[in-house]
Design a protein around this ligand. Structure first.
Ligand SMILES: Cc1cc2nc3c(=O)[nH]c(=O)nc-3n(C[C@H](O)[C@H](O)[C@H](O)COP(=O)(O)OP(=O)(O)OC[C@H]3O[C@@H](n4cnc5c(N)ncnc54)[C@H](O)[C@@H]3O)c2cc1C
Length: 229
């Protein structure tokens, strides 16, 4: 597997517990990957996987969306990371990618589980995808909202792409959908039953969404999963 020396070139705070981290490739100076793949960062003595969020394009820099957990090895590293800091990674890896360009697609993301879809959805739409695509993106509270504007913008560019943001525990008056992603899927499934499903997020969220879809009669071959362990 290819190894890369990189340098952190940008760190954006998306929420209190989510960063967008850009790394410039130093050696080799570019990479190619398929939308939906991930890289593994070497942090101290551990390897941690992060999905690439930019679209494939002979990339000289890569972007990642990093969730910050309490007392996590990688989380602690990224929490105090500095611009210019060296970072070693290897990859790309993974087979979570668009499988069928002629079938309608339904994407389900929880929190940083949105990461692979940031690459897969715009890449697919730009490559003359003619089916319909829907994204259901759940976060916990209004303070955890990020990238909603990015997908609203994508909907304006591509009318065959629609987007449902959902907040599970709104603190104020959130005007949109509320509940867990499964709350929405339970009601909306009938409308989306001929879709191919892509689900990404924590193991609990992915398992709950998959179990609900199977209970509704979804064919297991039409459910693709990426679990952030
Ligand atoms: C294919 C793939 C793609 C991924 N893509 C992304 C992505 O795009 N963005 C993203 O944010 N994450 C992604 N992940 C998850 C990511 O790789 C890390 O697992 C995650 O960020 C946590 O890493 P960490 O080192 O910070 O936490 P870890 O050190 O692994 O700890 C995880 C949690 O366990 C707790 N913990 C650790 N040790 C103990 C212990 N001894 N007892 C009790 N609790 C303990 C920590 O407090 C922490 O909350 C992906 C995972 C996979 C498999």
């Amino acid at each position: 597997m290819q190894e890369y020396k990189t340098k952190i070139s940008e760190i954006k705070h998306l929420t209190m517990r989510t960063l967008e981290v850009t790394v410039d490739l130093v050696e080799p100076i570019s990479t190619r990957f398929t939308a939906g793949q991930f890289m593994q960062f070497k942090i101290g003595s551990v390897l941690r996987s992060y999905s690439i969020i930019n679209v494939p394009d002979h990339n000289r820099f890569l972007k990642f969306c990093v969730g910050l957990l309490d007392n996590g090895e990688a989380s602690d590293f990224f929490r105090s990371a500095k611009i210019g800091q060296e970072l070693f990674m290897r990859g790309p890896s993974g087979i979570f990618s668009i499988e069928n360009f002629s079938k309608n697609s339904f994407f389900v993301a929880g929190g940083v589980g949105i990461a692979p879809f940031c690459s897969m959805i715009p890449d697919m739409l730009a490559r003359s995808y003619e089916g319909k695509a829907h994204l259901l993106f759940g976060v916990a509270t209004e303070d955890d909202i990020f990238y909603f504007d990015r997908f609203n913008h994508l909907h304006n560019l591509y009318p065959n792409f629609t987007f449902t943001p959902i907040v599970s525990r709104p603190q104020l008056h959130w005007p949109g959908e509320t509940g867990r992603v499964t709350t929405y899927l339970d009601v909306a499934y009938e409308y989306y039953k001929d879709y191919l499903y892509y689900i990404c997020g924590s193991s609990e969220m992915v398992k709950d969404a998959r179990d609900l879809l199977l209970k509704k009669g979804q064919n297991i071959a039409d459910i693709k999963l990426e679990i952030f362990t």
